[in-house]
Design a protein around this ligand. Structure first.
Ligand code: HPA
Ligand code: MG
Length: 245
């Protein structure tokens, strides 16, 4: 299906896309290890999908369609249930970008739990961080909210993030949470960016490894815009200029 879409959308990319999505990296053990989207993956033509009219002309292409995000999230929910489904967990959603992924992940975990012998008790909490200005990571990360982290003491915590870039944000957050001595901390991130540093932070669970691109949609924003876009897309120069602050 992926190949078909790519073929329909961009004739010229048939050759390069044939190995694109499930490409095996020399650094990974097998294709099962990670859903890697390679650097030469051309994406899907925007004409194949619907998206809000106010973003016409602002996007380059669709990197991950909404349906694939949801399907992959269902599998992550299964993996998480298998690993920690015997524990009561506190899901800590990192706002604002993590809200869509978190909502879908929690929904899938609830469904899996309902249809199995294992009943997982979940509490959902929120923390807010801010580290991006335009598309550049800021030097100082602000932690807004999350003043009630003492509730996490002795708990099994699942941090849910939209994207791990440099990993700096996650390290700051982990350091903060560890002070409150939770019983366990796991991190689930929908996306991991392939940055230049091979020693970059890896979450316990992640949906897709993506090229070092600035992406928007499915709650990921560019200066608070594009959160209402369903698909994960690459923004173009026009879009960047239009919403620059
Ligand atoms: N898009 C939106 N927010 C982000 C990104 C991105 O690519 N990387 C880190 N935060
Ligand atoms: Mg984020």
């Amino acid at each position: 299906l992926n190949l078909m879409y790519a073929h329909i959308g961009r004739q010229q990319s048939w050759q390069s896309s044939s190995k694109a999505i499930f490409r095996i990296s020399p650094f990974s053990l097998s294709w099962k290890e990670a859903f890697q989207i390679s650097d030469n993956w051309p994406g899907y033509s925007l004409d194949l999908f619907t998206y809000p009219q106010h973003y016409y002309g602002d996007l380059e292409y669709v990197l991950i369609p909404h349906g694939i995000i949801v399907d992959r999230t269902e599998r992550l929910a299964k993996d998480i249930m298998q690993d920690i489904g015997d524990n009561d967990i506190v899901v800590l959603c990192v706002l604002k970008g993590g809200y869509k992924f978190c909502a879908d992940l929690v929904e899938h975990i609830k469904n899996l739990s309902r249809n199995s012998e294992r009943f997982i008790s979940m509490k959902v909490d929120f923390v807010r961080l801010k580290s991006y200005h335009n598309d550049q990571s800021m030097q100082d990360m602000q932690i807004i909210g999350g003043d009630d982290l003492s509730k996490l003491t002795g708990k099994n915590v699942l941090i849910v993030e939209d994207i791990v870039g440099t990993g700096r944000t996650m390290k700051v957050l982990l350091n903060n949470i560890e002070k409150y001595k939770p019983k366990m901390i796991k991190v689930a991130s929908l996306l991991v960016k392939r940055t230049s540093r091979p020693d970059g932070y890896r979450p316990d669970y992640y949906g897709f490894e993506i090229p070092d691109l600035f992406v928007v949609g499915y709650a990921l924003d560019y200066n608070e815009h594009f959160r209402d876009l369903n698909h994960i897309c690459v923004i173009n120069d026009h879009g960047k200029a239009k919403y620059r602050v």
